[in-house]
Design a protein around this ligand. Structure first.
Ligand code: FE2
Length: 114
């Protein structure tokens, strides 16, 4: 079995929302691109010690197909909402991937073509 076989997508979504939503915005202060990733944007995911989003990872696929690790964001239960913001230059990227880990429901993925 490969790890990719246990990754979950929108097709696996239940009433609790796990798929990380990726948005690219423009930073009003520095003018750079800002990638905002939110788990449970429409329907908030539980945020308790028993059930929470533990981490979010971002990857970028360059136009030459090199995969870059953009960041791993550790989130604590209860006080840290599952939303992260990363400044980055997107000019060399063609796709951004996000992974989000729920301590009960596993690893969820999404991507955004730029
Ligand atoms: Fe969950």
């Amino acid at each position: 079995m490969r790890f990719g076989e246990v990754l979950k997508t929108k097709a696996n979504e239940g009433k609790e929302k796990h798929v990380p939503v990726i948005e690219i915005q423009r930073c009003a202060e520095c003018g750079e691109d800002v990638v905002v990733t939110i788990v449970g944007k429409e329907t908030p995911h539980p945020n308790t010690t028993e059930h929470h989003i533990k981490w979010i990872q971002l990857y970028g696929l360059k136009k030459d197909n090199q995969l870059l690790h953009l960041g791993t964001f550790g989130l604590g239960p209860v006080y840290t909402a599952p939303e992260v913001t990363a400044h980055l230059k997107t000019a060399e990227l063609k796709t951004i991937f996000a992974l989000a880990y729920c301590n009960i429901h596993g690893v969820w993925e999404n991507s955004l073509e730029i």
